[in-house]
Design a protein around this ligand. Structure first.
Ligand SMILES: Cc1ncc(COP(=O)(O)OP(=O)(O)O)c(N)n1
Ligand SMILES: Cc1nc(C(=O)O)sc1CCOP(=O)(O)O
Ligand SMILES: [Mg+2]
Length: 212
């Protein structure tokens, strides 16, 4: 089963991305989504080429945001695709069954479609407003997660759902109570001066009800 915390990378340059990813790994993240928007193919490839061995060193999962060809070329563990990116079924046909494919959702219907098309996990958001992403879908809030997760349960649709968008430490308990599997976070991890402590606190809450 997938880890309950996914770090989504930030940084305007290859160097800043690499620094942020390295810091997150060092602080205990074991799942990284490389999100390097509006870059040349060459720069995205250069970054991915450096991130891959780094993630291997930390035995962390490495997925790529948006870019199907880069995912295959670099042999990343998988990809995250949004509602206007490559369709999940096309990505599955291109990447095969061994790769993880995550899909963005904002509604129950989005999740139903993703499940039908062979998606592995869902990034459901936004929870609240965030500056990290432009053109956000309608904000869900806690009640939005609660309603959608109830429908999934009623229809016996089983897929790990990750909450995303403006999530802070104090949101984790109420979000987990809605039935989500985990969370995807960018800003608060990138900006934290105490990353190890933050990640430990996040994981304590995320794994609070798991008996090992
Ligand atoms: C885990 C996770 N969930 C949602 C998103 C958003 O994807 P998308 O809508 O394609 O937006 P961009 O990230 O590509 O700007 C995500 N990246 N990760
Ligand atoms: C990449 C992304 N996708 C979202 C969605 O709602 O689909 S919100 C988001 C940004 C997540 O970063 P932060 O933790 O800094 O808010
Ligand atoms: Mg996208």
């Amino acid at each position: 089963m997938y880890s309950k915390l996914q770090y989504i990378s930030q940084g305007e340059t290859i160097e800043k991305q690499l620094y942020n990813i390295h810091q997150a790994l060092d602080a205990g993240c074991n799942w990284v989504q490389m999100r390097f928007k509006n870059q040349t193919q060459k720069d995205a490839f250069t970054l991915a080429e450096a991130v891959k061995p780094l993630c291997e060193k930390y035995t962390a999962n490495f997925i790529v945001n948006d870019d199907l060809h880069l995912t295959k070329e670099i042999d990343a563990d998988g990809i995250h695709l949004g509602l206007t990116d490559t369709k999940i079924d096309e990505a599955r046909a291109f990447l095969g069954t061994a790769k993880v494919i995550g899909g963005t959702a904002n509604t129950f219907e989005d999740i139903e479609n993703h499940v039908k098309n062979g998606c592995d996990y869902i990034g459901l958001g936004p929870f609240r407003f965030t500056n990290t992403k432009e053109k956000l879908s309608p904000i869900l809030g806690l009640s939005g997660y609660f309603d959608i997760l109830q429908k999934l349960k009623k229809d016996k649709l089983e897929i790990p759902v990750y909450a995303i968008g403006g999530i802070t430490l104090r949101d984790v308990n109420p979000l987990m109570e809605t039935g989500i599997h985990g969370i995807a976070i960018s800003g608060i991890i990138t900006e934290s001066d105490e990353k190890e402590k933050l990640i430990q606190q996040l994981n304590e809450k995320l794994y609070a009800n798991i008996i090992v």
